[in-house]
Write a protein that binds this ligand. Structure first.
Ligand SMILES: N[C@@H](CCC(=O)N[C@@H](CS)C(=O)NCC(=O)O)C(=O)O
Length: 280
């Protein structure tokens, strides 16, 4: 276990499996499957293996938005991956995502089956396949992808940095909490300035960039991440709050956030989703 005394790194790092913290039991310094278990496959072409964390819900929000537009090819089966139980290390999951992190998607409408991991890549794949939520004009598309990739690059400082040290680490240390609080506030200011004079991140159109960024930073300003709303003074980012509320109120967003949810009030949980009626 760690303590408050200064740490002198050894010459060669070795794995201290007792390092503590909320996710200590699932973190390992090696990749690969830990057990043999094929992934289930349902009746729809799209098979999603996920959990309703911010990285998971951005994909289910997109799928529900596509279905709300009548894109029936977006029908999907969503299977629960309980990352606290190590489901992400099954042979079936690792076969789709060698990085062992949710979300992972397979598309059985192609030959061979298309396997996709990294939420941003999944969103681009689905948006391009259905022709919506990602502009086709190269300049507009580049702007949308800039914000999508901004989320991918920025959220690890929010989740793995700030969230870890503020909420999950076994002890509170001032240095990392200061460092990551500063960065997260800077990121919120980036968003606040971008949203000051336009409805969505890339202008007038709601895109996959909004869905991805909302899943992390919308949840943060809604006070749903790390119980940090007061600490980070999230209400001062009023344009982010206005944008988040607009996205929050979309029916497809409300549906998407419930898929693969295995905690919170029971009536809002939905461990697996196999058709629209599961959410009704
Ligand atoms: N950059 C990845 C991040 C995915 C990620 O970190 N997923 C977390 C849950 S939010 C996970 O599966 N963690 C399990 C683990 O680390 O073993 C993405 O956007 O898909």
């Amino acid at each position: 276990m760690s303590n408050n005394t200064e740490y002198t790194p050894p010459k060669v790092w070795t794995w201290d499996s007792e390092s503590g913290g909320k996710f200590a039991s699932i973190n390992r310094p090696v990749a690969g499957a830990t057990h043999d278990k094929p992934s289930p496959v349902g009746e729809h072409p799209l098979q999603l293996y996920s959990l309703a964390t911010p990285n998971g819900v951005k994909v289910t929000i997109l799928l529900e938005e596509l279905l709300a537009l009548g894109k029936t090819e977006a029908e999907y089966d969503a299977w629960l991956i309980d990352i606290t139980e190590g489901d992400q290390f099954s042979s079936g999951f690792v076969d789709i995502n060698p990085n062992s992190k949710i979300p992972a998607l397979s598309d059985h409408s192609t030959t061979p089956v298309t396997k996709i991991f990294e939420s941003g890549a999944i969103m681009v794949y689905l948006a391009e396949k259905s022709g919506v939520f990602l502009p086709k004009d190269p300049s507009a598309k580049a702007e949308c992808l800039s914000w999508l990739f901004w989320q991918m690059g920025s959220a690890p400082f929010l989740g793995g940095g700030f969230g870890h040290f503020y909420a999950y680490a076994p002890e509170k240390y001032e240095y990392p909490i200061n460092r990551y609080a500063m960065e997260v506030k800077r990121q919120l200011d980036v968003l606040n300035r971008q949203l000051e004079n336009q409805q969505f991140l890339c202008g007038n159109d709601y895109t996959i960039a909004d869905m991805a960024v909302y899943s992390w930073y919308g949840a943060l300003v809604e006070g749903k991440l790390y119980e940090a709303a007061e600490f980070l003074d999230v209400v001062s980012y009023s344009h982010v709050a206005r944008w988040a509320k607009e996205i929050h109120d979309r029916p497809a967003v409300m549906r998407g956030k419930r898929v693969n949810k295995a905690w919170g009030p029971e009536e809002l949980q939905l461990h697996e989703r196999h058709n629209a009626a599961d959410l009704d």
